[in-house]
Design a protein. Structure first.
Length: 131
């Protein structure tokens, strides 16, 4: 099984997350939006939510075909998964889900990378989970 995980690009003890819910925050609509249910993101829950947010806010790419320009504001809920995307639970039976309110803001001065790509936006995030 370790060989299959490495072939898929996962490290041995890396945490994996899938997006379970995405809500648009803009203009107080709080409507759900489409997202890729098959995508797996790695790292911490916050970083996984940022990766999903980045993919969701891109314009006209992949399956999503969204036409978002400028500021993008979403609430992203990610769930930790184990082998074969089996949802993980805490000892008390609750699902390991984390929600983040994220927004994309335009940088005052864009950053030009050596590869020629220009970074125009920055991501601000806030955890909605309370302990």
């Amino acid at each position: 099984m370790d060989g299959i995980k490495r072939a898929l690009g996962f490290k041995k003890d890396e945490r994996r997350f899938v997006v379970v819910d995405v809500i648009k925050n803009a203009q107080g609509s709080n409507k759900k939006t489409k997202f890729n249910k098959d995508a797996v993101y790695t790292g911490t829950p916050g970083r996984a939510a940022e990766k999903a947010f980045s993919r969701l806010c891109r314009t006209k790419t992949g399956k999503m075909k969204k036409s978002i320009h400028g500021r993008c504001a979403l609430t992203v809920t990610v769930q930790e998964v184990g082998d074969r995307k089996k949802a993980l639970e805490y000892k008390d039976g609750k699902m390991k889900q984390h929600s983040y309110k994220l927004r994309r803001v335009k940088k005052a001065k864009p950053i030009e990378l050596p590869s020629g790509y220009t970074v125009k936006y920055d991501t601000k995030s806030k955890s909605l989970n309370t302990k």
